[in-house]
Write a protein that binds this ligand. Structure first.
Ligand code: IMP
Ligand code: MG
Length: 208
């Protein structure tokens, strides 16, 4: 079973004034929760673990948009670095699928999936209940891939029993709503490097 870096429930993160934050978001953020550098360091190790397990299989890397795009790009950069510096390498092709399952800070009833070709390795932003991932996996099965592995940067410890666990996990985080590093609140905050916690008044400000 995969384990991610555990971030405890009591963890409050870091003073945002000690980091570089875009001016337009300064008043919206409470704390920096996972600094960008730590995300990259953990991603580098995930890349190594994945490549060790993949053997010589050709990889189709499938990015789950939009929230997974930063993680996907950084993970692939690390995998490419291993491919060009190690003694073995595997070919990688990329694909993209777009899923929408959230509005404000809550799940929507309907999960919409947009995307044509669906195949092997999955780069995902965050798994809360696993509802979104299960919907995607059942669609992936129609294409009869040889093997499907799911990599999620974050897994949230929710009070609901987790119905799905990915094959690779970056961090296991408390049940808090987080933004940044491509994770959004109504499309805002994707353009923020660190994973951060929002102020309550920011949720009001950007609510739709
Ligand atoms: P699940 O279907 O309950 O696993 O929720 C996963 C999806 O909900 C993610 O792909 C995100 O789009 C969204 N989501 C869940 N928690 C957060 C969060 O803390 N910040 C931003 N988006 C989130
Ligand atoms: Mg979202």
């Amino acid at each position: 079973m995969a384990y991610g870096l555990q971030i405890r429930d009591e963890e409050s993160g870091y003073n945002k004034n000690l980091f570089c934050i875009p001016k337009h978001y300064e008043e919206d953020l409470e704390r920096v929760f996972i600094p960008h550098g730590l995300i990259l360091d953990r991603t580098e190790r995930l890349a190594r673990d994945i490549m060790q397990d993949m053997g010589s299989h050709h990889i189709v890397a499938l990015c789950v948009l939009k929230g997974g795009y930063k993680f996907f790009a950084d993970l692939l950069d690390h995998i490419k670095a291993l491919n060009q510096n190690g003694d073995k390498s595997v070919p990688i092709t990329v694909d993209f699928v777009r899923i929408k399952s959230y509005c404000n800070d809550s799940p929507t009833e309907k999960i919409s999936i947009v995307g044509e070709e669906l195949s092997t390795l999955n780069g995902k932003d965050i798994i809360e209940t696993g509802r979104t991932m299960k919907a995607l996996l059942s669609k992936l099965k129609d294409n009869e891939p040889k093997m499907v592995k799911v990599v999620s940067l974050l897994v949230k410890r929710t009070h609901q029993s987790p119905s799905y666990r990915p094959d690779y996990i970056g961090f296991e985080i408390p049940d808090k709503f987080v933004v940044g590093y491509a994770l959004d609140y109504n499309e805002y905050f994707r353009d923020l490097n660190h994973i951060c916690i929002l102020k309550e008044k920011a949720k009001e400000k950007y609510r739709i």
